[in-house]
Design a protein. Structure first.
Length: 597
């Protein structure tokens, strides 16, 4: 059939309205998706409204191309015989060359010849394809089909026209059952692509598969971690035992109202993904979530529903919170978090954000890990009068903040990994009657002042990785100490006054220059762990048998040759509790050696 104007078009024939009622299963949204289909498939075939015009334009283009190719090809073929890459040379230098007549050519003539032949072959191929296109146009028929634009009760009245074979196929399906055609349109619509991905995800991540991935964390809680998925599988909401839910790098994460089925959920981790929450889900999270961890790159990634979790008790934020470059993007007020007690910030702050000060009066724990960026304006801490634990890590602090001495509820101070050299301010901390833990590890402290004895309620002191070369005698007046760690310093001697620490349970002196352990140390009868590796010890006193509770002993990296037999009197020391070189352990009797190997 040719494309003459007499060819009848299907668009000229009115399709009768389908009298069968459409099932109520199809809602208005699905009908809109059906319309989206017809907008999409319109690009399958020709876009012109008049098929005759399309035909004429297309044929004219083909004829023009064929004529052009024929002219170029004829011109090329007519010149082929004129190309010659060999020439006869008569230079007249017979005496020099020994020849008066010889044939010569250019060294690139061979390559040029092959290129010319390739060019002619391509022209011939193009001419053949052009002739075939003309043959196909005149011998084959391509009838145009079109849906009529009229309101006839079929639901397609205002749909853009779809032409040619695909439109005819849909029309036949619609004549058979209009519901099928609409379902097929929904299947191919852009909205449906997301539905298909969702179906595939839910099929792959079934309830049983997700249940196998549930494990127990260090706190003994049931934990489920989902990483690098397109969305959250619906089967997640069937795992009632989940207490901790971790979402990492999920492109289209959304918590549905069904999350309320997770009755045990109390902790939520969100890592580098933007999680949207339905209103019903938000109501549940406000009541149930007590701990929230968020890792992000920019502040704008923080979800807005974060600020509505009124029962949230612990909040951990890790990312760029420095707002100095863009004033319009900042951490919003935390005033809505009425139950917040613990706040941890891992960032690069120049000062404590003003949003944090909105909950200053209710915080009991503040932790800032600042990535070796100097943290200023610490005077704001005085507003946190209920603070019990303060951790300022990698903040480039050069001394103990004076404002800390005014926080009378303080129990735990951790100033690890800073630039502190002088700690003469320790005496001012005597106002903190409840202070029990003090950590000053990874600094540059040269000495401890005698005023440290004023911290009479101190139970744990960690000053490892500093530059101490001695321990002041007043230190051992802290008779409530249970944990003392001054590893990785330059200390040579443990003063005999260590005997005053009658409650001491753990002593760590690893990596110092200690040449002997004082006999008084072994009168600390509550000692359970002794770490004295990498020193200069040449022997272990036999008094070690006076430590009945000793269960962990590390003495590797010393100059030991033997161990005292009295070590067997440490009844709590079991297999694996003794850490020492094999040749030193071999000095013990065979029956004792088997106990620790």
């Amino acid at each position: 059939m040719d494309y003459s104007p007499k060819t009848p078009l299907l668009s000229e024939v009115r399709f009768s309205a389908i009298q069968a009622p459409v099932s109520t299963i199809l809602d208005k949204k699905e009908e809109e998706q059906a319309k989206a289909l017809f907008e999409k498939i319109r690009h399958f075939r020709c876009h012109a409204e008049n098929s005759d015009a399309v035909y004429k334009v297309y044929v004219g283009q083909i004829v023009f191309k064929v004529m052009t190719v024929m002219l170029v090809l004829g011109y090329a073929l007519s010149l082929i015989g004129l190309f010659n890459f060999q020439h006869t040379c008569k230079p007249g230098i017979h005496n020099l060359m020994g020849y008066s007549l010889f044939t010569c050519t250019h060294n690139l003539a061979f390559i040029l010849e092959k290129i010319l032949l390739t060019y002619v072959l391509f022209l011939c191929l193009y001419a053949f394809l052009s002739f075939y296109a003309l043959f196909w146009l005149f011998r084959s028929s391509l009838k145009t089909y079109s849906f009529q634009k009229h309101s006839d009760g079929t639901g397609f009245g205002d749909i853009p026209e779809v032409k040619n074979d695909f439109a005819f196929l849909l029309h036949m399906v619609d004549r058979y059952d209009s519901l099928y055609s609409k379902r097929f349109s929904v299947f191919l619509s852009a909205v449906s692509e997301g539905r298909l991905r969702e179906l595939a995800l839910n099929s792959e991540w079934s309830r049983d598969k997700l249940k196998d991935t549930i494990g127990k964390n260090a706190k003994g809680q049931y934990e489920l971690q989902l990483s690098m998925l397109p969305a959250i599988p619906k089967s997640v909401y069937e795992l009632n035992e989940v207490e901790v839910l971790k979402l990492e790098l999920i492109s289209s994460a959304r918590l549905l109202g069904a999350v309320s089925q997770l009755k045990s959920l109390s902790e939520l981790h969100i890592s580098h993904c933007s999680v949207k929450v339905d209103p019903d889900a938000l109501s549940f999270l406000q009541q149930s979530v007590k701990t929230l961890h968020i890792r992000f790159t920019d502040l704008e990634e923080l979800p807005s529903w974060l600020y509505c979790l009124k029962n949230l008790q612990e909040l951990y934020l890790s990312g760029n919170l420095n707002c100095s470059s863009n004033k319009t993007i900042r951490l919003h007020s935390l005033h809505g978090l009425r139950g917040l007690q613990s706040l941890s910030l891992t960032s690069n702050l120049s000062h404590i954000p003003s949003a944090v000060m909105d909950v200053a009066g209710q915080l009991s724990k503040l932790s800032i890990q600042n990535g070796d960026t100097e943290l200023g304006s610490l005077g704001q801490l005085r507003k946190m009068n209920c603070l019990v634990t303060l951790r300022l890590l990698h903040c480039k602090i050069s001394k103990i903040p004076g404002v800390v001495s005014g926080l009378t509820s303080m129990q735990h101070i951790d100033l690890t990994s800073n630039l502190i050299q002088n700690v003469d301010e320790l005496g001012t901390l005597q106002r903190l009657r409840s202070l029990t833990v003090l950590k000053l590890c990874h600094n540059a402290i040269l000495r401890l002042p005698p005023s440290i004895e004023l911290l009479r309620n101190l139970e744990e002191l960690s000053i490892s990785h500093n530059k101490l070369d001695n321990l002041p005698v007043p230190l051992f007046n802290l008779v409530r100490l249970r944990y003392l760690d001054f590893s990785y310093n330059l200390i040579r001697v443990i003063p005999p006054e260590v005997v005053h620490l009658t409650r001491l349970e753990t002593l760590a002196v690893t990596a110092n220059q200690i040449s002997y352990l004082p006999h008084e140390l072994f009168r600390c009868s509550r000692l359970k762990s002794l770490y004295a590796g990498s020193n200069k010890l040449s022997s272990i006193p036999s008094e070690i048998g006076q430590l009945p509770l000793l269960s962990s002993l590390d003495i590797t990296g010393n100059n030991l040759a033997t161990l005292p037999k009295e070590i067997c009197d440490c009844l709590q020391m079991k297999k694996g509790g003794l850490d020492v070189e094999e040749h030193v352990l071999a000095s013990l009797p065979k029956e004792l050696r088997a106990k620790y190997m």
